[in-house]
Design a protein around this ligand. Structure first.
Ligand SMILES: NC(=O)c1ccc[n+]([C@@H]2O[C@H](COP(=O)([O-])OP(=O)(O)OC[C@H]3O[C@@H](n4cnc5c(N)ncnc54)[C@H](O)[C@@H]3O)[C@@H](O)[C@H]2O)c1
Length: 245
């Protein structure tokens, strides 16, 4: 019960990796706020997180790209539970266009969610959390290696790794740890809806495809006091994909 009496916000937790993470933290004692663009789905997920053993769970409609909505979500957590210990910045989306077809709006849409969502929650967490708090960002192996048609996503995820470094340094005197996981191919709709995967342009070795629960376990470790000395770390969770030529 590593999260007994603790309160965690998980963004993009209506499904996929976020929901698995919310269930994992909840099953280890956390009260969990599920913050997702899809408010109805967030409330349904909150019910399933309670069923998975969380002492309490709250679904909140939140567009992470809006600083005001992020601040309101943190306030909702404080009003309901009176404390904030863990933030998992998991919400994300992708676009699939060549560099010459991408518009400034396309770039902005991806950066607003995949980068600025984490930026806004880092700011609010720093303003709210007490020493002992932890932030875990969810980037991607695309932060390190990438493929055609996903430039905004790769750039945003690389920036999240950099944000993690900066936030770990500024978080240190506050007693707040900040780390990032880089998932490889994970069995969620985001993977199988990827046109590069569908077309075979991106080859996915089945032995390297993980489950959302695999990522949730590593996020839970980084969020827990087991990782008390771990901050500023980027943890690849990719079944060895980045290690080979
Ligand atoms: N599935 C993979 O193979 C894989 C690999 C590497 C990294 N990731 C990363 O893991 C994270 C979760 O991905 P997933 O596979 O579970 O995908 P998913 O599409 O199942 O989940 C993403 C969630 O984010 C939410 N979301 C989107 N925009 C939002 C916004 N503006 N505000 C709040 N919520 C918003 C969606 O509603 C959805 O519930 C993402 O950051 C993704 O980039 C996934």
């Amino acid at each position: 019960m590593r999260f007994r009496d603790k309160v965690a916000i998980v963004t993009g937790a209506a499904g996929g990796i976020g929901l698995a993470t919310a269930k994992r933290l909840g099953s280890e004692g956390a009260r969990v706020i599920i913050a997702d663009l899809k408010g109805d789905a967030a409330e349904k997920s909150a019910a399933s997180v309670r069923e998975a053993g969380a002492p309490d769970a709250l679904g909140v409609a939140c567009d992470v790209s809006s600083e005001a909505q992020v601040a309101a979500t943190v306030k909702a957590a404080m009003d309901r539970f009176g404390r904030l210990d863990v933030v998992v910045n998991n919400a994300g989306l992708m676009t699939f266009k060549s560099l010459e077809d991408l518009t400034p709006e396309d770039w902005q849409k991806v950066l607003n969610v995949d980068l600025f969502g984490a930026v806004h929650f880092t700011k609010q967490a720093f303003l709210t959390m007490k020493p002992g708090g932890a932030i875990v960002n969810v980037a991607s192996i695309h932060a390190v290696m990438t493929e055609p048609l996903v430039a905004p996503y790769a750039a945003a995820k690389a920036a999240v790794v950099s944000l993690t470094r900066s936030a770990s340094i500024e978080g240190k005197p506050k007693g707040i740890r900040v780390n990032v996981v880089l998932p490889g191919a994970i069995d969620t709709p985001m993977l199988w809806d990827n046109p590069n995967v569908k077309s075979g342009a991106e080859k996915v070795d089945p032995s390297m495809v993980g489950k959302p629960e695999d990522i949730a376990a590593d996020i839970a470790f980084l969020a827990s006091d087991d990782a008390a000395l771990v901050t500023g770390t980027a943890l690849r969770v990719d079944g060895g994909r980045l290690a080979r030529l």
